[in-house]
Design a protein around this ligand. Structure first.
Ligand code: UDX
Length: 424
């Protein structure tokens, strides 16, 4: 099948190469020249493990091409995936400007029947809007169907998630579109749910919100655990083995960040409010998440005689989680902002993210002379550090583990004072 992917971010590009793997021909469309150039040369302009190898493979095999030519791209493809961004608008709702632009272009240029698929996370009712936007720009009446087919890819493991989805949701009432979608996904071994577009859109928001809720639950519980000197990791393990609860998304830490959870939880809260049924649970999920880095700072202050002013603090990790260069809504940045307000001297490191020239290049450089180290991102590299040989570089052997990734007993044996989140 000939597939057009509009928007070449980590979702669009990963989806594109996966469809190539499944034997389809893919065109990637983006308006940004530099992105198109990079991708056409087999180079990712973002960090996503494993994707570049497949990209190069399929460029060489001529299974995927990248273009800026909207008209030609729309006319030459049967199925069009909309994978553009839906950033948080000023009112907390998803901003659909990019989706609308794509839909209108499709209406303007389409010449034969098309299946248009929204993969971007979009509010309930968007498939209907997209239908209207396409129709409004059509000169004649060329038939088309709109399908909601949300992605569940995590940054950093997008490839694995795309290759091995837990389920595929196909939201449309058109039998023709359904059969096209099923053919597209015929090589995937997972349940396929066929439903209405608005149900599919809700499933996506509900899934992300539920996962965010698990994180806020364990983070808030960690505060009580801290008080009671209970290791929250042991509690996570104990409840996670109950298959009704499951072990995933119960890692206590500095809170969730990234391009999805913060935006999607807020968007669902807005939808619920507008429909007269506020989701108070989710409102509190957001509240706990916003407070979490501040809660951690208060704990850190207690170890530092109640003051951060003029203390040198080494921050390890800037991205919102490991294996990505994405810093959107990163708890690490919220923590840095607070440290700066309290007039701490901040030294920061990240293996991949480069924020500015003042950033340290190595962990050694970062922690040299530090009054305390704070681990903010769960990069494997930080787990593997030889803390014994790093200790003499620090002014004081104080470690705050915002991801509960080190072994507290081990660290204490090495002579560190150690504080995690509900973790001693
Ligand atoms: C998420 C969803 O998982 C994915 O299905 C959706 O398509 C996009 O949003 P992503 O934002 O890439 O993916 O990252 P994810 O691995 O889900 O983590 C989100 C945040 O939660 C990160 O900040 C992570 O550090 C945090 N997290 C996750 C925890 O604090 N504890 C956990 O147990 C799990």
């Amino acid at each position: 099948m000939n597939i057009l992917i509009v928007g070449t971010g980590y979702v669009g590009t990963t989806t594109g190469v996966i469809f190539c793997e499944m034997g389809h021909r893919v065109t990637g469309l983006d308006l940004d020249d530099s992105k198109i150039q990079a991708l056409q040369n087999g180079k990712l302009y973002f960090y996503e493990p494993g994707v570049e190898v497949l990209l190069t493979k399929h460029i060489q095999a001529q299974n995927i091409i990248f273009t800026k030519n909207t008209e030609k791209a729309i006319q030459e493809n049967d199925v069009i995936f909309i994978c553009v961004g839906t950033p948080k608008g000023t009112d907390g709702k998803a901003d659909l400007t990019f989706v609308r632009n794509v839909a209108e272009s499709i209406g303007q240029y389409m010449n034969t029947y098309k299946v248009i698929v929204t993969k971007s996370t979009v509010p309930v009712g968007t498939a209907e809007l997209v239908t209207g936007w396409i129709a409004s720009k059509q000169a004649g009446q060329i038939p088309f169907d709109v399908v909601s087919n949300p992605e569940f890819l995590r940054e950093g493991s997008a490839l694995q998630d795309a290759l091995h989805p837990d389920r595929i949701i196909i939201g449309t009432e058109s039998e023709t579109a359904k059969s096209v979608m099923k053919e597209l996904y015929q090589n995937f071994r997972c349940p396929i749910i066929e439903t209405k577009a608005k149900v599919s859109e809700m499933i996506k928001y509900a899934a992300n919100s539920f996962l965010a809720m698990k994180i806020s639950f364990i983070n808030e519980l960690a505060r009580v655990c801290d008080q009671l000197e209970i290791n929250v990791n042991d509690v996570s393990k104990g409840i996670g083995l109950d298959h009704r609860i499951g072990p995933q998304f119960l890692r206590a830490g500095m809170g969730y960040g990234g391009s999805c959870f913060p935006k999607d939880v807020n968007a669902l809260i807005q939808t619920a409010k507008e429909n007269g049924h506020p989701l108070t649970i989710l409102e509190n999920v957001v509240k706990v998440n916003d407070e979490q880095p501040l809660f951690f700072i208060e704990k850190i202050k207690r170890y530092l005689d109640g003051e951060l002013k003029n203390k040198t603090i080494a921050v390890l990790g800037l991205s919102f989680k490991a294996d990505t260069d994405d810093t959107r809504e990163s708890p690490s940045l919220k923590l840095i902002e607070k440290l700066a307000k309290e007039k701490a001297v901040i030294k920061a490191h990240d293996p991949v993210v480069k924020l500015d020239a003042s950033q340290c290049r190595t962990v050694e450089e970062t922690i040299a002379g530090a009054d305390a180290v704070i681990i903010c991102t769960d990069w494997e590299q930080y787990k593997q550090l030889d803390w014994k040989s790093l200790k003499p570089l620090m002014k004081a052997p104080l470690i705050f583990d915002g991801r509960n990734m080190l072994d507290p007993d081990e660290m204490k044996k090495l002579g560190f004072k150690y504080g995690g989140i509900g973790h001693f």
